[in-house]
Design a protein around this ligand. Sequence first.
Ligand SMILES: C[S@@+](CC[C@H](N)C(=O)[O-])C[C@H]1O[C@@H](n2cnc3c(N)ncnc32)[C@H](O)[C@@H]1O
Length: 274
Amino acid sequence: MEPLNELIARHYTRGDLGAALLAALGERAALPPAALMELLGAVDEFHVGGRAATIALAEDLALQPGQNVLDIGCGLGGTARLLATRHGVRVTGIDLTAEYVDVGNSLNARLGLSGQIDLVCGSALTLPFAARSFDAATMLHVGMNIADKVALFVQIASMLKPGGQIAIYDIMRTGGGALTFPLPWAGDASLSFVAAPLDYRRALTKAGFVVRGQINERERACAFFAEMAARAGPAPALGLGMLMGAEAAQKLAHIRTQIEAGLLAPIQILANIP
Ligand SMILES: C[S@@+](CC[C@H](N)C(=O)[O-])C[C@H]1O[C@@H](n2cnc3c(N)ncnc32)[C@H](O)[C@@H]1O
């Protein structure tokens, strides 16, 4: 693996995530699939707005049952499971972090979804799939770790059938000023490649996409963090804190203040291949 990718994978790797997840679930690990999936939403949707944000993004794609979807930077596979169960699509996910892929695939097996979802370890910049084999691609909170957005979107474009769509939901630059680290995707600036919406749109266009729309989800983000802060008591055992290690509280505080201050915002962009 490229040195930078190794550092990114190391940033996300906890080492004991599978065991920690089972311990946090306890007896609830044996719940029926729908109830277990509901619980997992607290940890397997590693982006601002959680599952509600994924549901909203998926609605905009208007997916048809049986279609093939590629989830870039799939993490633990929460987005893949939501798309597969709610929209009846087949999902292939790819992620640099082997631990996420392994835990995600074992969750899929536990939920009876292995036939519909395949998560593989690899880089979004060297996609190992057949050209023009996907109807749609999703990418949630991943581009902040990828410097060369044109190369990224050229790779994704080559995977999509004519008319194929991409839905992006990333943290983007909406204001000036230095960023304060650590943030959930990077301990310091060396792993962080946050870009402005205009940079994304230009990179998409260069890669052959037609941009159909852009939505700033700042309000959703502010409500999400306010709700998180309003929950009394210590952080829940089953929650995003599990993924962010010892600096979890600092990472969450930093992203919240920088979104509230307008330096950063979660932005959704929809585009398609003509
Ligand atoms: C903040 S997490 C989001 C995970 C998932 N999309 C979600 O919303 O739950 C970012 C993910 O992007 C992955 N990632 C970062 N750079 C990548 C790359 N070049 N190729 C594939 N995955 C990458 C990381 O390993 C990590 O799992």
